[in-house]
Design a protein around this ligand. Structure first.
Ligand code: SF4
Length: 157
């Protein structure tokens, strides 16, 4: 059993979380290297509270109390325009002060976002590539999570 907490960007605070939970269940994106035969329990799910991260000092600590071993900063940290300018601060705080490991990303980045960010060039400009490896390296997975595609969820998994 691996226990995790997920923090999402507050710009997506009303997100249902479907893609993150699908990725956890199907071991896609940042969860691809979690063993399929080992359950993953989500002990907490919360938006960061808005720039620069109002809930940063409480949410990961609460998740730790409930057994979280790893905190995932969700893929939406990198999907919006611009990417979260505080991502590195959030990661450093959780690792150094809360004492939990941090993984950047959750579900595979939808193909549509990869196309858009590549056209704009902001990921490169903002040095995001080092955070994107787990969630952009598999084109098939990015297609699978492209919820803007009219065939989304109609394709075979
Ligand atoms: S951009 Fe970063 S700090 Fe601002 S709301 Fe999103 S995750 Fe939080």
């Amino acid at each position: 059993m691996v226990k995790i907490g997920v923090i999402i960007c507050d710009r997506n605070r009303t997100c249902t979380g479907n893609k993150c939970f699908k990725a956890i269940n199907e071991r896609d994106g940042a969860f691809a290297d979690y063993p399929k035969d080992e359950p993953v329990e989500v002990v907490g799910w919360m938006a960061c509270g808005g720039c620069p991260g109002e809930r940063l000092e409480s949410a990961p600590a609460d998740m730790k109390k409930f057994g979280a071993e790893v905190i995932h900063l969700a893929s939406c940290y990198l999907a919006g325009y611009p990417i979260c300018p505080y991502l590195e601060d959030h990661k450093d705080y959780i690792e150094s002060v809360v004492g939990l490991a941090v993984r950047v990303g959750t579900h595979p980045m939808p193909a549509n976002y990869i196309t858009s960010h590549s056209a704009i060039g902001d990921w490169k400009r903002d040095g995001a590539e080092k955070w994107l490896r787990d969630i952009t390296g598999n084109p098939r997975a990015s297609e699978k999570y492209d919820s803007t595609n009219p065939n989304f969820l109609k394709r075979s998994p």
